[in-house]
Design a protein around this ligand. Structure first.
Ligand code: NAD
Ligand code: UGA
Length: 435
């Protein structure tokens, strides 16, 4: 199959390289000429484990190319995937569809022969209808079917999520589109097929419902964690105790500083807006959004409390800045609100992240960026562990303590067994564990 990905960001690049690895002929197109030039030169614009090698081998194999020329790429393609950003629209929280609509217009002008146009971006219900309308208006002769194929990969585990998905949702009732999409995903169907065909609007809603449910699950355990602290219970044991009931499931029950990232925050708000527009409010998700928003600054207050209530003039080391490990993505990272709140309280922040420092620097004024965890701890009165990178799981605690002024650790990801940290002479606080 000849496949074009419009947008070579996290989703476009990962999906594109995986499709190429399945044996298809893939062109990733982006309007960002710098990104395309970097990719052509062998550079990878994002940090994602395994991506560099997979891109290199598929480029070498002649199955993967990059371009800024939409028209040339789209002509003669079997399928064109729209994988551009759908950020929150400034002011009202609806998804900003301007990039999707622009891509639809570009595609319409260039298609030749039957082409399946697929929205892979996360888009509100009804966007497929609008994409189809734009294409028919721009080019009445275009022979296209517009399908929805939302993406469920996670950053940091993107390649394995894409290649071993729990399901692939394809929203189309068009027989020709169904045949093309089945062929594209055929390598996944060798044992039991994960393909699930639905109507287009259903596919669009599945994506938002999935993200909202996961965000709600995290928020639920975060509130239970707060209650654990008040009543003297242990949230990790509660999570295990409820999660081993497979009607609940054990995943996404790790209490922490609140969810962040490029998707849960914007997608929960967009779903709330869509639901309100249809006079069918999703109150659980409205509450999820509100609870998660207040949680981040509450985590800063937790750090301040662990340091005795006054941090003016003190230094705090923040370990981990990205919204989760194994990515350099800083979008909506909890660290941003936490650090700002600590600075508001009068503290100086020293910080270290294994991959996110370059992304973080323009977003965080006044922070001293350090070469590693121990340098960040230099002269600090507390260490706050905000992102659970593997390298923070095995810190040399005596060395860390020796660098610090006061030995306080606030572990917002429950990485350490409390007794181990306390044994090394730290005052220790974590989330929902009374220690
Ligand atoms: P991104 O910002 O990393 O990449 C989007 C890319 O599209 C950018 O490189 C941009 O230059 C390019 N672009 C914008 N308009 C274009 C146009 N008209 N023609 C060609 N290129 C254009 O975004 P992302 O994180 O890959 O997310 C893309 C979509 O996928 C969003 O809707 C997001 O919600 C969804 N999604 C993201 C993830 C994730 O883990 N990041 C997972 C599942 C779904
Ligand atoms: C999430 C979904 O997991 C993907 O299925 C989806 O495709 C993607 O959004 C998207 O639509 O873009 P991602 O944002 O990459 O993926 O990362 P997650 O692993 O889901 O983590 C999101 C946030 O929740 C992080 O801040 C993480 O620290 C937090 N989290 C996650 C918790 O606090 N506790 C948990 O148990 C799990």
């Amino acid at each position: 199959m000849r496949i074009v990905m419009i947008g070579a960001g996290y989703v476009g690049l990962v999906s594109g390289v995986c499709f190429a690895d399945f044996g298809h002929d893939v062109t990733c197109v982006d309007t960002d000429a710098g990104k395309i030039a970097a990719l052509e030169a062998g550079g990878i614009p994002i940090y994602e484990p395994g991506l560099e090698d997979l891109v290199a081998s598929n480029v070498r194999g002649g199955r993967l190319t990059f371009s800024t020329d939409v028209a040339a790429a789209v002509a003669g393609a079997d399928a064109v995937f729209i994988a551009v950003g759908t950020p929150s629209r400034r002011g009202d929280g609806h998804a900003d569809l301007s990039y999707v609509h622009a891509a639809a217009r570009d595609i319409a002008k260039a298609v030749s022969g039957f082409t399946v146009v697929v929205t892979k971006s996360t888009v509100p219900v009804g966007t497929g209808d609008e994409v189809e309308r734009i294409i028919r208006e721009t080019n009445p002769d275009a022979d296209v079917a517009v399908a929805s194929n939302p993406e469920f990969l996670r950053e940091g585990a993107a390649i394995s999520d894409f290649k071993r998905p729990d399901r692939v949702v394809i929203g189309t009732v068009d027989e020709r589109a169904r045949a093309v999409m089945s062929e594209i995903y055929r390598p996944l169907s060798l044992n039991a097929s994960p393909l699930m065909f639905t109507e287009r609007r259903t596919a669009e809603l599945i994506k938002y419902a999935a993200n909202a449910f996961l965000a709600m699950k995290i928020t639920f355990i975060n509130e239970i964690a707060d209650l654990c602290e008040k009543v003297g219970a242990n949230v990790q044991e509660v999570a295990r105790g409820i999660g081993s009931d497979n009607r609940i499931g054990s995943k996404f029950l790790n209490a922490g500083p609140g969810y962040g990232g490029s998707c849960f925050p914007k997608d929960t708000v967009a779903l709330v807006k869509t639901a309100q527009d249809h006079d069918s409010p999703v109150r659980l998700i409205e509450t999820t959004v509100a609870v998660n928003d207040t949680r981040k600054r509450a985590m800063a207050r937790k750090i301040v409390a662990a340091m005795g209530g006054d941090v003016r003039g003190k230094t705090i080391a923040v370990l981990g800045l990205t919204f989760k490990p194994n990515t350099d993505d800083m979008r909506e990272a909890p660290s941003l609100s936490i650090i700002t709140a600590l600075q508001d309280a009068g503290a100086t922040v020293r910080a270290y992240d294994p991959e996110g420092m370059e992304q973080a620097k323009p977003l965080l004024e006044g922070v001293v960026f350090c070469a590693d965890a121990y340098a960040a701890a230099e002269g600090a009165s507390a260490v706050a562990l905000v992102t659970e990178w593997d390298q923070f799981r095995a810190l040399d605690l005596p060395r860390l303590k020796a660098a610090m002024r006061d030995a306080v650790m606030v572990d917002l990801r429950n990485v350490y067994p409390p007794a181990e940290v306390v044994r090394h002479g730290f005052a220790y606080a974590s989330v929902g564990r009374n220690a």
